[in-house]
Design a protein around this ligand. Structure first.
Ligand SMILES: NC(=O)c1ccc[n+]([C@@H]2O[C@H](COP(=O)([O-])OP(=O)(O)OC[C@H]3O[C@@H](n4cnc5c(N)ncnc54)[C@H](O)[C@@H]3O)[C@@H](O)[C@H]2O)c1
Length: 331
């Protein structure tokens, strides 16, 4: 007689994937005996399917208190990637739902994108391409490009992505790298990065400014009118963290006034970036659809590392990458 599998005859625990993602997440969870329910990312569909789920793996779907209240069995919520700003973390914590994420999955992808973005805006890659295709060969003398060697890169947020960007910029491009992050231990930072004591000092000194901090209630709008007014004339501005960290209207005004020489934006206050948005008008702004983390390797790591966190929690193990602290996980 064939040996019965562990879950045969038992009700399998249900894990909802709120949106499409790499098939490796489903393969992993199925191999561990879970029933995987695929969601479409549409609110009605997710609300109906989450009611039975003990675990949910989420990309950009917004997990509000109402969604959590519609999920009485939910014990673990996993983020496909890092930033959990689309989750109501306090409510999940109150309900005893463990949140996990995949912090090692995409930092290098975003750091590589950031270096590419610095090069693209400084060297007018996209702009030059567009002008060349239009037949404007004279563009070569109309807009000169910028050297990176010896320029100062300011980094706000010196975590995984910020430090990776700093090292690549210093070692690969010979840039001087300064940064601000009040929460890191300077002795643990790579020697190529000099941490300064204030946000303002980094903003004032940067020839290129890049942001790599999380969006939280404390950082929302952190780069407002007052902070952006400190930017050096002719600075290049890069944001591959979150749009709501920055006052976008003010950024657009500074671009119009040519106080900012160029920008590379992967994230926006509203996503997808609405049609007719004023940012489309700037040839010196590189716009990407929040895809800095989406390399072939990273999308698999984001899905599988998050799925591993779900299995850890549902099989009673301590999660490798917990986001919230719970006295005990919901029974
Ligand atoms: N564009 C994308 O697709 C994409 C992908 C991955 C991550 N991200 C964003 O990038 C952010 C950073 O990712 P990470 O993996 O480096 O995270 P991380 O946690 O390793 O680093 C974030 C750093 O920001 C610092 N920080 C927090 N508040 C700050 C403040 N007020 N001023 C200065 N520093 C502050 C923290 O101390 C931490 O060191 C994520 O939170 C996420 O929102 C975007």
């Amino acid at each position: 007689m064939p040996i019965k599998s562990l879950n045969e005859g038992m009700t399998r625990k249900k894990v909802l994937l709120t949106e499409p993602m790499a098939p490796q997440a489903t393969e992993f969870l199925t191999s561990k005996g879970y029933e995987v329910i695929q969601g479409t990312g549409k609110p009605d569909d997710v609300l109906a399917k989450i009611a039975d789920a003990e675990g949910a793996l989420v990309r950009t779907f917004v997990i509000t208190a109402d969604v959590l209240k519609a999920a009485p069995k939910l014990r673990v919520l996993a983020k496909h990637g890092v930033g959990v700003d689309n989750f109501d973390v306090p409510t999940a914590t109150e309900l005893g739902i463990q949140i996990v994420n995949a912090p090692l999955s995409n930092s290098n992808a975003v750091a590589e994108h950031t270096i590419g973005a610095i090069l693209a805006v400084a060297k007018h890659f996209i702009w030059s391409d567009q002008e060349t295709r239009k037949g404007n060969w004279a563009f070569r003398n109309q807009r000169h490009t910028t050297d990176l060697e010896g320029k100062t890169l300011g980094i706000l947020g010196l975590g995984r992505i910020g430090t990776a960007v700093g090292k690549k910029a210093a070692l690969g491009l010979d840039m001087t790298v300064i940064g601000y992050d009040p929460f890191v231990d300077s002795s643990k930072l790579p020697k190529e990065i000099q941490r300064l004591n204030t946000l303002e000092e980094v903003i004032r000194r940067a020839d290129f400014l890049t942001i790599h901090m999380p969006l939280t209630k404390d950082t929302k709008g952190l780069l407002g009118e007052k902070e952006l007014s400190l930017l050096k004339p002719g600075v290049y501005f890069i944001n591959a963290a979150r749009g709501e960290l920055v006052d976008e209207k003010c950024l657009i005004r500074l671009l119009k006034e040519a106080k900012i020489a160029g920008a590379a934006l992967d994230v926006f206050e509203e996503e997808p970036l609405p049609k007719d948005h004023p940012l489309y008008a700037f040839p010196n702004v590189l716009l990407t659809p929040h895809n800095s983390a989406l390399t072939h390797g990273a999308i698999i790591r984001m899905a599988t590392d998050a799925a591993k966190g779900i299995d850890e929690v549902l099989s009673g193990k301590a999660p490798t990458w917990p986001v919230n602290k719970l006295a005990s996980v919901r029974a």
